[in-house]
Ligand binder design. Structure first.
Ligand code: F6R
Length: 635
């Protein structure tokens, strides 16, 4: 979380920093700040550092820059998602050393900051914020003092070396950018387990924690590797590993960011992204489900045969919405393809993984490709399997992501890019659908390779998927209208229950999560049969129940569970096909009558749109809900 952007070049840094931060605001929007350095005197080679910080959203920083100015061609900027210290100005980045001439922005968490702070305080350093970050400028300044005392002159080289040495003292995951008024032609950046990319622009170098911040300035990027430190000057880039060894790497080109940050005519990115789902589903079908593939290999995924061979079980690691997609995936992989599959919260798996089983494929699902818990869980699993020694236990990993240039793609050997296009709204919608489709493709492939389903069943599912884009198109238009009127009944609502069973249980969880995130209404998703074991005590007439009832093995059961809720006076809203059980529900959100396998791809649409319109009626900040950030790069 938090967004970092930095630049060194020949034009004014502040407008570039503000533009970059605008693209990163989805990573955090509690406060924002920037620092710039301008040559004040060629003779002394000193610069003068301006640091501006503002609580709240980026617009506040924009106004401050307009009012006070931030001259200089070297600068660092930050948009914050608070971890240590309240979201207020004193905790906003950049943080500076005691002289005020060295400024740092950081994304991540410095886990040993309390220890380091005490040590620095015992040396007489005073702290001005409650953040973990503030130790960093003081540590770098201490290191620089040592170099200067040894007779070295201020230079980019001593700054990069000081940052490298300080990196060795820091514990945790972080990305940082540093400027110093004694070296106005040097920008130093470093990363460990948090993303950071260098951009090679025309007459300037940039650095940012995510590609959208760079896309407006350059398409040529150099992703930094874990533990690297870089010195950027107007003349070039020097890259070092954590031991100080010079590294050489070629940059690569960014693709597919054209559509990034325009809402078109939609009121919010979230609504635009919901509407993009048919088009993204069509892209997926065109790319992966072309007609004419043999039933033995029905999906065009970029993997060799050996990728699929000998897999006896699958484990899925993910967080939030991505975990819900993983749960649908697990249902498909077990029930359709016949492979025992488990799903874990990545944050739990890291510290309590089950005993190792042989021939296991581990799938990490993360739209951003940067979620710290998911990356760490995958890394931990890979390490413990490598150290086992028996080839049957060797790591086999797949990442499902929307960002093929992200950290997961550098960490995991096999990647499925869901190709949903950048998602700006903090609440995931089109990427959830993309993740679901990735799992449908895997289930089809495993089912046909293992012959757990007949050719007819496989062909039927493939054809149903081919029909999905056009069906989604009309469904979204219809539910947009229906949800506008139904959302009125939620104006005073404080609690909502979502029920689903089987393959639609994860969709009930996803419906509850969407509603909580953007409307701040308390919501819970339950497997419908579990209601009577406790949660039913919550029901009364002010608690609406949204029940997903789609034809299949549990259809009648779900209807009975729904009626149990209705008998407790709860308002019952059904997500079900027309003409099957209208009499049970007080209101119906109709979805097409499709096979049970396909139903989550449809039942999720009313969940997204109803949550959206409930939040819109309340006038909430839908694309940037309070306390959230789009990618969660801290543990
Ligand atoms: C919910 C949402 C989050 C993310 C979660 C994992 O709308 O977006 O719950 O799903 O933070 O993020 P990724 O998929 O980037 O790992």
């Amino acid at each position: 979380m938090c967004g970092i952007v930095a630049v060194i070049g020949s034009r004014d840094a502040a407008p570039l920093l503000l533009e970059g931060l605008k693209q990163l605001e989805y990573r955090g929007y509690d406060s924002a700040g920037l620092a710039t350095i301008e040559f004040s005197s060629q003779a002394s080679n000193n610069g003068s550092l301006t640091c501006l910080r503002a609580g709240g959203k980026l617009v506040n920083l924009n106004s401050l820059v307009d009012r006070d100015g931030a001259p200089g061609q070297l600068g660092i900027g930050h948009t914050r998602w608070a971890t240590h210290g309240k979201p207020e100005e004193k905790n906003a980045h950049p943080h500076r050393d005691s002289s005020g001439g060295l400024a740092v922005v950081q994304n991540g968490i410095i886990e040993n900051h309390r220890y380091l702070r005490k040590e620095l305080e015992s040396e007489g350093v005073s702290f001005l914020s409650d953040t973990d970050t503030e130790v960093i400028p003081h540590l770098i300044a201490r290191q620089l003092q040592l170099s200067l005392a040894e007779g070295m002159s201020p230079s980019g080289s001593i700054l990069v070396e000081a940052v490298r040495k300080v990196s060795l003292e820091l514990k945790g995951a972080y990305a940082l950018a540093v400027i110093w008024d004694k070296t106005p032609e040097s920008l130093v950046v470093a990363r460990r387990q948090a993303p950071l990319l260098i951009g090679l622009g025309e007459g300037e170098f940039l650095c940012a924690s995510d590609t959208p911040a760079l896309a407006g300035f350059t398409r040529t990027i150099l992703p930094m590797e874990d533990g690297e430190v870089a010195l950027l000057t107007p003349l070039g880039i020097e890259l070092y590993d954590i031991r100080g060894e010079r590294q050489q790497r070629s940059p690569s080109l960014l693709n597919g960011l054209e559509d990034v940050v325009t809402k078109r005519n939609f009121r919010h990115f979230m609504l635009k992204e919901i509407y993009e789902q048919p088009e993204k589903a069509k892209l997926w079908v065109d790319r992966h489900l072309p007609y004419g593939l043999p039933a033995s290999s029905p999906i065009a995924y970029p993997f060799e045969n050996s990728f699929y061979e000998g897999i006896e079980r699958i484990q899925i690691l993910a967080c939030g919405t991505s975990r819900h997609a993983g749960m649908v995936g697990a249902y498909l992989l077990e029930q359709f393809a016949g492979i025992p599959t488990s799903v874990f919260y990545a944050s739990e798996f890291r510290y309590s993984a089950p005993p190792l089983a042989p021939n296991t494929l581990t799938i990490g699902v993360t739209q951003s490709g940067e979620t710290a818990d998911t990356l760490a869980a995958l890394a931990m699993e890979s390490r413990r399997r490598k150290s086992h020694g028996n080839p049957a236990f060797a790591p086999r990993q797949l990442g499902i992501t929307n960002r093929s240039e992200s950290s997961i793609a550098r960490q995991v050997p096999n990647i499925l890019d869901i190709g949903s296009g950048i998602e700006v709204g903090v609440a995931a919608t089109k990427t959830f659908l993309g993740q679901l489709l990735a799992f449908y493709g895997l289930a089809l492939t495993f089912a046909s390779r293992r012959k757990s389903r007949s050719v007819e069943e496989i062909t039927t599912m493939a054809n149903e998927l081919r029909n999905l884009p056009s069906q989604l198109f009309s469904l979204i238009e219809k539910h947009d209208q229906l949800s506008i009127s139904l959302s009125q009944m939620f104006s005073e609502t404080q609690n909502v229950i979502f029920l689903g069973r089987g393959i639609n249980y994860p969709i009930a969880l996803e419906g509850a999560l969407k509603l909580k995130e953007i409307s701040y209404i308390h919501a819970e998703g339950y497997p419908a049969g579990e209601m009577k074991h406790g949660p039913i005590a919550l029901l009364e007439k002010r608690v609406p129940v949204i029940s997903i009832a789609t034809p299949g093995v549990v259809f009648e059961k779900v209807l009975s569970n729904a009626q149990e809720a209705k008998a407790r006076d709860a308002k019952l809203i059904g997500v079900a096909p027309n003409g099957l059980a209208e009499e049970v529900f007080d209101a119906l959100l109709p979805i097409p009558e499709v096979s049970e396998w396909m139903s989550p791809l449809f039942s999720v649409i009313p969940m997204q749109l109803l949550s959206y319109h409930i939040a819109a009626n309340r006038g909430l900040d839908i694309d940037q809900p309070r306390n959230l950030a789009k990618s969660v790069t801290v543990e």
